[in-house]
Each structure stands twice: as C-alpha cells, then as structure tokens.
Design a protein around this ligand. Structure first.
Ligand SMILES: C[S@@+](CC[C@H](N)C(=O)[O-])C[C@H]1O[C@@H](n2cnc3c(N)ncnc32)[C@H](O)[C@@H]1O
Length: 261
C-alpha cells in the first residue's frame, strides 16, 4: 500500500483528531502501545539524566497528544505546543482545560509516574503538565519561521514526534524542515526527534496519509547537512502487528542533536 503525498489541504479536510487518538493511543486492555513505551522510556531517561533542560521547550507537530510532554514538564518551566491543524489544537485545549469529552490519558500518566518512582499522584502529574503549557500555537515546519506569524526568542529545546516524515514530501524538504527548526533553537540548544524509519503511510479512520520512508543514513545525513551535532541516536525494531493494516514502518528512532554554539 503506497499513499501519494498528502497535501496540507487534505490534512485540513480529512485528519480527524478523535480517530487518530482512538487508533493509536487508546490503551486497549490497559496496555500501552510499543510506540508509547519507546517514547516514554526514552524521554524519561533524557529528562531525568540532567543533560537536557532549561526554561522553555517547544513541541512541534504536537497533534492532539500529550504523552510526549509528561517527562519534559519535570525540567522545563514553559512548554509551548504547536500543530499545523486547528482541530488538533482544539483537542489539546480540551485536555488542558479539562473540558467534557477530553481524551483519557490516565494509563499513560500512570506509566510515567511509575517511571518517576511515584513521587506524585497521577492527578498531580496531569496538573503539573497543564500548568507548564503556556502557549498553544499554530505551526508549519515547511515555513522558514515555523511559528509564523509569531516570532519567539530561541529556546533551550525543540522536540518533535512523528511529524517531520509526514510533513515532508522528499529528503530536500526534510532537510529544509530541520533547517527551519534550527531557527527556533538557541546556540547550544537541543533537538529531540522521535519517529519511525521506512514508513510510507498511516491511517486515521478510513483515510490514509503519506509518510516519507526515511532511512537511518538519510536521517543522519540530513541532520549533519542542516548543521546539527548528533549527540545520541537509538534505533529499535518495531514488532507491531495488527489485523488491520494501519501503518507501515519497521523501526522506532530517537535522535538527540545539538545546534552548535
Ligand atoms: C502522525 S501525527 C503526530 C502527532 C503527535 N506528535 C504524536 O506523536 O502522535 C502528525 C502531525 O503532524 C502535523 N503536521 C502535518 N503537516 C505539518 C506541517 N507542515 N507542520 C507542522 N505539523 C504538521 C499533523 O497535523 C499531525 O498532528
């Protein structure tokens, strides 16, 4: 199954935040997906080790999800979330404001609390994250200033999960997106990317969206060409099997890179 490149207009018209959450983040039988376990463990390690911290982190392409922010809220005072789609920003705001119909992230919050040694309750953890999210902004990684029309002072850390491959048509575009993100980062600041290799599509409800099938070598070359120093990478084969063909990809990846001083 191959999906031709999904246009921004198709995203606007056809991406359902609710279906996306239901498909990928609903913890059937209380078990978190392989992807979520990969991300939660990596980010717990990154943020508890003391190597990445500061005042402000921007999450790019946040989508309707908050799982990726639960460890970050322990080390940053300000979290800025951002996405291309208004429907995703609306879904995020629903959770932040505890509105009726908000997605239930309890299993995921519980899992991060366990990783952190159950120092605080799940309710306190969720409140802590809510209190740290200071802005919910529109973004487009294809723009020279991804947060246009806002111009923010460069921040300590930019993070992005499962976003660049779905936004970019080819490797030139991927390189440009990495270059655009660099503008948001302070010299010496961090870039954390978590996503999948060799995927070409994913589904949301009955719609299919394209993904750039990036390789390990292509990823590392694009980062170096865009002027980042690569500090750490992790690649883990993913074994997800489903009766329904909901996405293609064979490896989870994590990159910790740095904008040179
Ligand atoms: C697969 S979802 C990932 C969402 C979330 N980060 C996660 O980990 O589940 C891809 C996200 O990229 C966003 N996106 C698509 N094109 C984009 C663009 N040009 N700039 C920024 N975000 C974009 C979509 O709106 C969607 O929220």
């Amino acid at each position: 199954m191959e999906a031709s490149f999904t246009s921004q207009q198709t995203y606007i018209d056809e991406f359902s935040s609710v279906e996306y959450l239901k498909t990928y983040y609903d913890p059937g039988h209380g078990k978190l997906s392989e992807w979520m376990q990969f991300v939660l463990q990596i980010l717990h390690g990154v943020f508890s080790s003391g190597g990445v911290g500061g005042d402000t982190i921007i999450d790019i392409g946040t989508g309707p999800t908050i799982y990726q922010l639960l460890s970050a809220c322990e080390v940053f005072n300000n979290i800025i979330v951002s996405d291309f789609l208004e429907q995703n920003l609306a879904e995020l705001k629903k959770w932040l404001k505890k509105e009726p119909g908000k997605f239930d992230w309890t299993s995921c919050v519980k899992s991060v609390c366990e990783l952190e040694g159950n120092r605080i309750s799940c309710e306190e953890k969720a409140e802590k994250l809510r209190s740290k999210v200071k802005e919910v902004l529109r973004c487009d990684v294809l723009k020279k200033n991804p947060l246009d029309p806002r111009t923010l002072p460069p921040v300590d850390c930019v993070m992005s999960c499962l976003c660049l491959e779905v936004s970019c048509k080819d490797m030139d575009s991927f390189y440009n997106a990495l270059t655009n993100l660099k503008v948001l980062i302070k010299p010496g600041g961090h870039l954390l990317l978590l996503s999948m290799l060799n995927g070409s599509y994913y589904s949301v409800g009955d719609k299919y969206f394209s993904s750039l099938p990036i390789t390990k070598e292509g990823l590392e070359k694009a980062l170096r060409d865009a002027g980042y120093d690569i500090l750490e990478t992790k690649f883990t084969a993913q074994n997800y099997q489903s009766e329904v063909d909901i996405f293609s990809a064979d490896t989870h990846y994590f990159v910790h890179a740095r904008k040179p001083v």
